[in-house]
Design a protein around this ligand. Structure first.
Ligand code: ADP
Ligand code: ADP
Length: 228
């Protein structure tokens, strides 16, 4: 099943061995679950996201995805995993300015060998529920910040990932737009059955996610289900 399990995760950066960025974190994300990672600046949120996503190797500890240890996959295996099983949303869209929205959303599929026609068809199907049907021919420069982040959400989902990782996905947006985009992110992930791990400073995120994990000094200080 689509379980992502981080166990006894420790990460120290060179020159900062005395203060681990992660200091013994255990975190299991079950299939389809949405988890907000919160905590003060420097508490290890981004480090945790990168370790869980196989972008950064832990100093010790283990990350297991669908029963497979990421460390045993090798670089090529982890790269393939990040293209096929994982989706990513960054603070600012990282969209390619010369491509229309629909091709930006379709790009991961085209890179994995799906024909342009089929890839854009699937991208359009993701853009529609995000309210972007009429805007798919626009280039990123012709979209608002919130619209561009919605294209980034479609792109993160286009390969049908098991987990979407989002690092401050609304950090560059104003509060109202931010709330709408977050709602869309959580709702779309849920609709396609993808788990979501989202790093944020925004307390509103917690109300959209099923679970909130709070870090301080590289440790989990609380892990709570959202009460509605
Ligand atoms: P957060 O995302 O909660 O702000 P980070 O995971 O970015 O926290 O950082 C956790 C700690 O690790 C901080 O003390 C930060 O300074 C340190 N750190 C992060 N990235 C690096 C790096 N590449 N090299 C050295 N130290 C780093
Ligand atoms: P190989 O590629 O020979 O299988 P490893 O997978 O053990 O060797 O490690 C290759 C590189 O990937 C090393 O630099 C290692 O630190 C790093 N690495 C190991 N585990 C992970 C992980 N969970 N996520 C990201 N990088 C990792």
């Amino acid at each position: 099943t689509n379980t992502l399990r981080g166990s006894a995760l420790v990460k120290t950066y060179p020159g900062a061995e005395a203060t681990p960025a992660l200091d013994g974190v255990d975190l299991t994300v079950t299939s389809g679950e949405s988890v907000a990672i919160m905590g003060p600046s420097g508490s290890g949120k981004t480090t945790l996201l990168h370790v869980l996503a196989g972008v950064l190797a832990p100093t010790s500890g283990q990350v297991v995805w669908r029963g497979r240890d990421l460390a045993a996959m090798g670089d090529a295996g982890r790269t393939r995993l990040r293209r096929t099983d994982f989706g990513f949303v960054f603070q600012s869209g990282h969209l390619l300015p010369e491509l229309p929205a629909v091709e930006n959303a379709a790009l991961p599929l085209m890179l994995s060998g799906v024909s342009r026609r089929e890839a854009t068809r699937r991208a359009e199907a993701l853009l529609a529920p995000l309210g972007l049907s009429g805007l798919s021919a626009r280039r990123p420069g012709e979209l608002s910040g919130g619209q561009a982040q919605r294209v980034a959400i479609a792109r993160a989902l286009v390969c049908e990932p098991g987990v979407v990782f989002a690092d401050e996905p609304t950090g560059a947006l104003d509060q109202g737009t931010s709330a709408e985009v977050l709602e869309q992110l959580v709702t779309r992930c849920r609709a396609v059955g993808a788990s979501l791990v989202v790093v944020t400073h925004d307390e509103n995120v917690a109300s959209w996610c099923e679970r909130t994990v709070r870090l301080r000094d590289g440790r989990i200080v609380s892990d709570a289900r959202t009460t509605r």
